[in-house]
Design a binder for this molecule. Structure first.
Ligand SMILES: Cc1cc2nc3c(=O)[nH]c(=O)nc-3n(C[C@H](O)[C@H](O)[C@H](O)COP(=O)(O)OP(=O)(O)OC[C@H]3O[C@@H](n4cnc5c(N)ncnc54)[C@H](O)[C@@H]3O)c2cc1C
Length: 355
């Protein structure tokens, strides 16, 4: 690749923006192309905010592959350090200094005990906690090393920084798609414009597989819907200051600076199961909330393998950074840095290869 390569990134979610940021810091010329009118409108828009290396396991597959989980956890730990540094660099000091930790709550003691044993065996830092008001009187695990923060606030700040660093972000791009150039490289087509950059990165989240299908590349990533309902912070009620994750519904209650968010569930087609579940877990607390100020749903880009795809495709200038499933906020900074290392410095990491 030339000394100052031109890289085009398709998709301005957490992953595309983090990739852009990392590439700019390595001296690349970067253009981000996004089909929506603003950045961060995909799965990154209203997630649960947990930066949770503790959850580095396959939520989609029937059984976990321990080597894959270890690779994701490794990336997550590197990512958390990079993410916290980036928060500081972007002036997000309140986010950087949020109370550490996440709870995971269970219906029964036996489930919590089983989860504790499984995570301990994998070397994940975890504490078994008794029922308390912070866990809505449910048996719990506590992950003291996990963190949290408002992903959208971060992504918006990162987008501004990308532009300040000289990157370009093209919004509302007209039906961007990829075609093969006659020289065997990938070309980006946006309306009447065509461009064959040194590197073209697909970071389109749950749409990545569709985008790549146009050039006959099979990406085993599928969309899995999740929901979020935001509420005004209730006056007088005690709200846990770290996220509380419900193991059985794969959802969480997270307090942000200006709102409270219930978010998650896995493949449901409405917000009702999420609200019903928390009505069951915390009936008094839920009864004290006003109607939601925002209800949203987004599609997680879930990879069959239980780990993201980060690296080059069989087309020389075409790269992928996608398939982060329930871990995209946790993994964004590390994934961006890893792909930038690959593209600029020739680093290889077959653990995340698209094979
Ligand atoms: C309810 C919910 C809760 C979650 N909670 C957490 C959590 O607590 N912690 C955590 O680590 N992760 C969490 N996640 C997962 C995380 O949010 C995702 O993994 C992450 O947002 C994926 O980022 P992305 O950039 O790959 O995709 P997206 O954010 O979806 O971004 C993809 C972008 O590509 C654009 N795009 C698509 N097609 C094209 C095209 N053809 N041309 C140009 N642009 C295109 C889209 O418009 C979008 O802007 C949660 C997800 C959900 C849904």
């Amino acid at each position: 690749m030339t000394s100052s390569p031109h890289i085009v990134i398709l998709g301005a979610g957490l992953i595309g923006l983090s990739t852009a940021d990392s590439l700019l810091r390595r001296g690349a010329r970067v253009t981000v192309v996004e089909r929506e009118a603003t950045v961060m409108r995909g799965a990154s828009f209203a997630n649960s905010g947990m930066i949770h290396p503790s959850q580095a396991c396959n939520w989609a597959g029937p059984a976990n592959d321990l080597a894959v989980d270890a690779a994701v956890q490794d990336l997550a730990l590197r990512s958390m350090t990079l993410l916290q540094d980036r928060m500081t660099g972007l002036g997000l000091t309140a986010m950087r200094s949020r109370a550490p930790g996440c709870f995971q709550i269970f219906d029964h003691n036996a489930d919590a005990d089983q989860g504790f044993a499984r995570l301990q065996a994998r070397g994940i830092p975890v504490e078994r906690r008794a029922k308390s008001s912070q866990t809505f009187d449910r048996p719990a695990l506590f992950f003291a090393s996990d963190r949290s923060g408002d992903a959208r606030l971060f992504g918006d700040a990162l987008a501004r920084s990308v532009v300040t660093q000289g990157g370009e972000i093209q919004l509302a791009a007209q039906a961007p798609k990829i075609e093969m150039h006659e020289d065997g490289r990938a070309t980006l087509v946006v309306g009447q414009d065509r461009c064959t950059p040194d590197g073209l990165v697909v970071a389109c989240g749950a749409q990545s597989a569709t985008v790549l299908r146009a050039v006959d590349i099979d990406l085993p990533v599928s969309p899995v819907r999740g929901w979020a309902a935001d509420f005004r912070l209730p006056e007088g009620a005690s709200v846990p200051d770290v996220p509380v994750m419900d193991a059985s519904s794969r959802s969480a209650l997270t307090r942000f600076s200006d709102r409270l968010r219930l978010s998650g569930t896995w493949g449901e087609d409405s917000v009702t199961p999420l609200l019903d579940r928390w009505g069951h877990i915390a009936p008094d607390f839920m009864a004290g909330l006003d109607a939601p100020i925002q209800v949203w749903s987004g599609l997680r880009p879930v990879s069959v393998a239980g780990r993201p795809y980060i690296g080059q495709t069989r087309v020389s200038n075409l790269w992928v950074n996608t398939g982060h499933g329930h871990m995209g906020w946790t993994l964004c900074a590390g994934s961006g840095a890893l792909l930038a290392d690959m593209m600029c410095d020739g680093r290889a990491d077959t653990r995340f290869a698209l094979t």
